[in-house]
Write a protein that binds this ligand. Structure first.
Ligand code: ADP
Length: 161
């Protein structure tokens, strides 16, 4: 069965990678998809994010990385995916995610949203938190892969804080 894992991944964190790794054991093929829909001030371009996730998942043979424009359900149909994976951390995620799952169900009844609970060590972790810590010079090596930490530090070296 094919599953898609959509998100912004700006940038990918160890929390996302934990969800990807665990999903790759549940489904034959996982497609991690970056939404090309305009995002407010992303730190990294879609192409940069594609590269970051590809490098971080190179050891997982059944994981593919792609990007898409428009509705997630249309992308899922095109790729014949029957499952949409989302991660859940805190209660506030649940409200937002349940609304999105219900909305998607009205658009595509054959697509099931499957929620994976965050691993305990990543329950607090988000892309924006990583950027916030890095902005003030804090250590992020335990939150993102090394190459992503390097890209973030380079970004702050070039851009105003
Ligand atoms: P989006 O803008 O679509 O929410 P994100 O990149 O922020 O994109 O997140 C993509 C998915 O990964 C979401 O389902 C989010 O809840 C999940 N996620 C993000 N961080 C974690 C984490 N630390 N543990 C588990 N799931 C996570």
């Amino acid at each position: 069965m094919i599953a898609i894992y959509p998100g912004s991944f700006d940038p990918v964190t160890l929390g996302h990678l934990d969800i990807i790794t665990r999903s790759s054991r549940l489904y034959e093929h996982i497609i991690v998809v970056i939404s090309r829909n305009p995002m407010k001030n992303p730190m990294f371009s879609v192409e940069e994010r594609l590269g970051q996730i590809r490098q971080a998942t190179a050891h997982l043979p059944n994981v593919e990385i792609d990007s898409f424009d428009g509705l997630t359900v249309n992308y899922a149909h095109k790729r014949q995916a029957k499952v949409l994976i989302r991660g859940l951390r805190v209660l506030s995620d649940f409200e937002k995610e349940l609304q999105m799952a219900h909305t998607n169900k009205t658009l595509a009844n054959d697509l099931e949203t499957v929620f994976l609970a965050t691993s305990t060590e990543y329950g607090f972790l988000s892309s924006s938190l990583v950027k916030e810590i890095a902005r003030f010079g804090g250590a992020i090596g335990h939150l993102v892969p090394d190459h992503v930490a390097h890209d973030i530090q380079k970004w702050y070296g070039k851009n105003l804080r």
